[in-house]
Design a protein around this ligand. Structure first.
Ligand SMILES: *Cc1c(COP(=O)(O)O)cnc(C)c1O
Length: 383
């Protein structure tokens, strides 16, 4: 092992998740897989071709920089959509390639018209509407002006979609807010229809929408985290499994993160381990290290808090997580040797470390912990 750890990406798990979601949305709904933030930390270069093999042909990213990376790897027939940041200077780049993007301010809309006119080409846009998240999207008082501009410049605008985003569908306390948003979005779609616009895709649902709010599934879905086999939150999982009557998790984790034992030491009772005084041995202990620390994506928050798998057993991280290594208490693991496999995220025997239980933190940390996985860790594709 040249690098200090590696990430495995499972083809079968990805395929099974995609099939599961596809079955749920039905075959007439466009499936856009969200691959922003380096495919949620999985590694877009490796993952995107794997997704294509599963038959998905539409990808959503956040920015032009991400779109450029995806553009380099994707097959020609696959489509790209930018949901967030597009600098004025890069509008031309996107329009030239027929990459679609969200438009959510009058500034953006006017610039798009200006650039598309100059290029004498139509820009493919998705008009984002404010429905209750109060983040991005056209507000009610802008709608007349938006409609006027869209009509006036119809030659240079292809209105491919209208969309909005749900404000926390993974959390049941937001139930009213989310159902109001779904209603509001449908009203706005009707208003758009009455104005004479017939966009190909109306889209609102993210993972939690698809899993818990079937009424948010319209002509297209933008699904991220659940493709990778993670739930948006524990609640989403509980609600979904209860509704469907499942005993077992229908999603499979695509990613595993592994390293190996670097050293094993004996430490007598009553000694501090690693920097400072945060961990004191309360028995004669066996302490092991692995060459992964916060500098490699293993959060310092997991100091004296996280767990790791060795020899199919869960062992605690002890002391502070260092920049390049972490220390674990392996007193209860017999026959542990240098070079033995260490699982930071994933399965080993019957034991599992999900990203959520990676610490005892809430599952909604999945998003953050995943996207912190550095791109320099080598990826290996496994069945
Ligand atoms: C990230 C994102 C999604 C996907 O969300 P998941 O919860 O990962 O499915 C969908 N839409 C927008 C606008 C997003 O930013």
């Amino acid at each position: 092992m040249l690098h200090t750890s590696y990430i495995e990406l499972s083809k079968d798990a990805l395929n099974s998740n995609i099939n599961y979601i596809r079955k749920r949305i039905g075959k007439d709904v466009k499936y856009s897989m969200v691959v922003k933030a380096n495919a949620y930390g999985h590694g877009i270069e490796e993952l995107l071709p794997m997704i294509e093999e599963c038959g998905v042909d539409h990808f959503s990213v956040f920015s032009v920089a991400e779109a450029m990376r995806a553009w380099e790897i994707k097959q020609e027939h696959c489509e790209l959509m930018i949901m967030g940041f597009v600098d004025d200077d890069y509008l031309q780049w996107a329009i030239e390639r027929d990459i679609s993007f969200f438009v959510f301010t009058l500034h953006r809309l006017k610039k798009v018209i200006e650039v598309a006119k100059k290029m004498d080409q139509a820009a493919r846009i998705h008009v984002e509407l404010e429905t209750g998240m109060h983040r991005t999207g056209f507000c009610e008082d802008e709608m007349e002006e938006v409609s006027r501009l869209l009509k006036k410049h119809s030659k240079h605008l292809e209105i491919e979609g209208i969309c909005s985003h749900l404000a926390g569908a993974e959390n049941i306390v937001n139930y009213r807010r989310i159902t109001n948003q779904i209603e509001r979005f449908k009203e706005l779609c009707d208003w758009f229809g009455a104005e004479g616009f017939q966009p190909k895709y109306r889209h609102l649902a993210c993972s939690a929408g698809v899993l818990n709010y079937p009424s948010s599934i319209l002509d297209m879905v933008r699904v991220g985290i659940s493709n990778y086999g993670f739930w948006p939150s524990d609640e989403t999982k509980m609600m979904h499994m209860k509704e469907e009557g499942f005993e077992e998790d229908p999603l499979d984790r695509v990613l595993s993160w592994k390293t190996e034992i670097m050293s094993v030491n004996r430490v007598k009772e009553g000694n501090y381990v690693s920097y400072g005084k945060s961990y004191l041995t309360n028995r004669d202990s066996k302490i092991a290290t692995a060459p992964v620390g916060y500098g490699y994506g293993f959060s310092r928050n997991l100091s004296n808090n996280g767990h790791i798998l060795v020899k199919g057993k869960r062992v605690p991280v002890v002391g502070s997580v260092n920049m390049n290594m972490l220390v674990m208490d392996v007193t209860d693991v017999p026959d542990l040797k240098v070079g033995d496999e260490v699982v930071l995220i994933g399965k080993q025997g019957d034991a599992v470390i999900s990203v959520g239980s990676f610490s005892d933190m809430n599952n909604s940390m999945n998003y953050e912990l995943l996207t912190r996985l550095p791109n320099h860790i080598p990826r290996r594709i496994v069945p």
